[in-house]
Every structure is written in C-alpha cells, then in structure tokens.
Ligand binder design. Sequence first.
Ligand code: NAD
Length: 482
Amino acid sequence: MQPMSERAQDLKLRNDFALLIDGELIGSSQSLEIINPATEKIFATCPAAGRDHLEKAVEAAKLAFGDWSHTSFEERADYIKQYSVVLREHQNELGELLTREQGKPINQSIAEFERGTVQADNMTGIKIPVEVLLEDANQRIELHYRPLGVVGIITPWNAPVALALSSLSSALYTGNTTILKPSPYTPLTTLKMGELAQSIFPSGVVNILAAGNDLGQWMTEHKDIDKISFTGSVTTGKKVMSSSADTLKRVTLELGGNDPAIVLDDVDPKAIAKQIFFACFVNSGQVCMAIKRIYAHESIYEKLCDALVEEACNAKIGDGLDPDTKLGPLQNKMQFDKVSNLLKDTKKSGAKFISGGKIPNTPGYFIPPTLVTDIDDNSRLVTEEQFGPIVPILKYSDTEDALRRANNTQYGLSGSVWTSNTERGKALAERMEVGTAWVNQHRTTSAYVPFGGAKQSGLGRQYSVLGLKGYMEPQVVSVSKI
Ligand code: NAD
C-alpha cells in the first residue's frame, strides 16, 4: 500500500478536465459539452469515457481491491478524512464550478461540500464489529461483514457532490474500490473531485468516468462490478435493477419521491411558513426529499397560503453566482420542459395559481416559485414527482382523510407532520408509508441515521450501520470443537 501523499495540500487544480483511471488523469477522443443553465450557453467541455475506459477502470479497481480490502477501518477512515480536508480546502473554487454547471446559489454549492464532507467524516466513526451469534462449550458462531469488491456509483444532477460523497465514502470505508459516474449534465465538479482523489487514494481505489447514460448501463451489466449504488429517477432505477439481475449484483437504489407534508389545525402558519417554503423550493424544488404536496387543515389553510405566498414573493430568482440569489434555474432543458408542461397542464385543469406560474421570457431555465390551490387529487401535479418549483396546497378537514391521501402514492421516500403537539404529530408520522417521517422538520439527514425510500422510492438505505452493511456481504464463521 503506497503511503498517503501530502501533495494534495498545495494542489493547484488543472484548467481542463480529465477522467481518473488507475491513478492517472486522462483524456478521451470523445467529449461532453456542458451548459450553464442560467445562460443556456456551453461553457466547458470534458472528456467522455468509452467502453475501453470502463474496462481499464474495472481492471484497476479489481486489482486495487486486494490491498485496499485488507486495510483496517481506521486506516480507511484516515484516507477519507484527509480527502475531506482537501475538498474543503478547494470548496470555494469548486463551489463556483458547481453553480456554473448545476445552477444552484453559490452559498448552497459551497454548503454541499461542507455537508458532504461532514457526513463522510461522521460515517467513518461508525463501527461494524464482528457479532457473536452463539457461544457455548462446544462452538462459537460469529457474523462477519466482508467488503463486496468493485462498487459502481451512479449519481444524478441535482446534488452531484453530496450524493457522490455519501456513496463514495460508504463504499471506501467498508473496504471496496470504486468507479463513480456523474450525470452527463453535471460531470465537471465530480471530475475535479477526481483530481483531488488522485492525490490522496492509492491508484485504482477511486476511478471517475464521465459519459452519457450508456456508461451507466454498461456498468450495471459488467460482470466484474459487484454492486451498484444508484441515485436517480424511479424509471432508471428499475432499469438498473433489471440489468443488474444477470450478474446478481447488489444494488442500493435511492430514487424519486413525492413527499407529503401534513399541516395540522394547531399550528401557527406564519411560524412554519419559512421552513415549509424552504423544504419545497430549495434548489428550485430539485431535491428528492423536497416537500412536493402540502395538505393543510381547513382552519389554517388560508393563512398558510398567504404566508407561503409572502415567502415566494421575497425569494430572488437569478444566476446562482449572484450572492443575492435565493433560487437558481432548473438544471437542464429536459427538466425545464417537463416542469413547464406540468405547469401548462395544471393551468388547463382550472387550478388556481396563487404565486408564480409565469415563465420569464429571458435566457436561462428559470421558473418562479409557483403555489397552486383548488387542484384535484388526481391531477398530474399531485400524483407525479414534479422535481421543480411548483407545489400544490390541498385542503382537508379530517386528519384520517389527509393521511389516506398522503399515503395514496407509489412513492414513499419521506414525509412530515407539522403540529404544536409533538405526541399527536409522532402518532400520525408513524403511520406515514415512508422511509423517513419527520415531525416539525423536513429534509434533515445525518450520517448516523438511515435514509432511503419505502415503496417505489428505493431499495436499501444510505448512511448509518444499516447503510454501510449494504456495501458488505454478511459471512457466518462457525467454529466447533472436536
Ligand atoms: P436519472 O435517473 O435520469 O439519471 C441518474 C443517473 O443515471 C445519471 O448519471 C444517468 O446518466 C444514469 N443513467 C441513465 N440511464 C441509465 C441506465 N439505463 N442505466 C444506468 N444508469 C443510467 O435521474 P436524474 O434526472 O439525473 O435525477 C433526478 C431524479 O433523481 C429524481 O427522480 C430525484 O428524486 C432522484 N433523486 C433521488 C435521491 C435519493 O436519495 N432518493 C437523491 C437525488 C435525486
């Protein structure tokens, strides 16, 4: 095992972009053009990996697995923490790049590095000890957890840094080697993370390949990739699961959501409006666990609508590089068109728009924060994952009815209950059919707490002992005396 390098301390990032394979930064004859969603202009190109690059990366990761899997948890924790240090050292520079390719406000891009590295560091404090299942005079049965091998990590475009870091640190800490593929819409910051990884990790332990969707498919089919950690849409998640079946790959699927928030009759709407607005519209609604449906009791409905409209009016929309911007553009044309169509459909259905609803005729994929009332439960905006800044507020009079409507979906990522009576809130939250049910909060995660979806929102969990064990194979070691 080569020693950890100190080169990363003063590392100057390159002016161009490169793939990371077997410890080398390399180019390709093919490339991806990257658009700034605030201007709709191509502002950078980066190499796109082909099948040969994938083969080299898999070979390198397989070879590196031998030594890496025999290091201790403590040694691997040291590597990950050192990686976090260099990422934080470069977070302002890389945060700006993230805003250019993803669109989110610059302070949120930098915060993504902070959040991602803190989660990664905290994960390395989690112990996965050998468990003694049975011990008597004649025998001892232990449960061990072994690393799986090569883990393929596939990430989406909404939070490329935080989502890469959670899977990467989980896979590496548990003794696996990795191949990370970012979304073709947002590969640049991830490739820069590769430059920094090159200076920290032994060759072959971390490989980073950018390319189109085909690369994701090749990874899921590859016989020498042992697990796929996938974050993305339900539709693609199903394809990943299906094409992983041939090699019986392990999969963790972190998929889409249609999170409900149930606001009870005992809250002060003004006191919670800021939090609810943020949970709906941060990153312009492009968050898997954003609030995507609000169920408000009739007694506080009007006041809650007014308070949310006030928040919408105060949220400045613009280029994420402007420090005053609160909401950036949608990340790409495909998503902008999808949300624009949803908006048109919702208008046609006769629902009432109490904020936003008009798409500005300026460059950039901008849609203002849009709140919709008087909408049918069966409308697309209620039943589908909008993944954009348009949110329905639905009225209810009976809490049981609100819960039934909130649960009436194929999605089950997360949900929340808002109330001044936490006992009452907890009792209702426990009955939500979701992976995470919050009371008086939404969208909080921690390295120590499992996160993932019920129903079609996913399979397996990230974070915590539960999540980490998903990157390992349980092995029983049973010893009898003779
Ligand atoms: P997507 O499914 O279109 O793409 C995700 C990734 O999969 C990309 O890297 C893409 O190139 C790759 N891919 C595409 N086709 C593939 C295939 N056939 N095989 C393997 N990989 C393939 O998702 P998106 O539009 O990038 O992201 C938005 C979605 O991600 C939303 O539904 C959102 O809710 C979800 N998401 C979930 C979580 C979570 O933790 N549950 C977090 C963030 C985003």
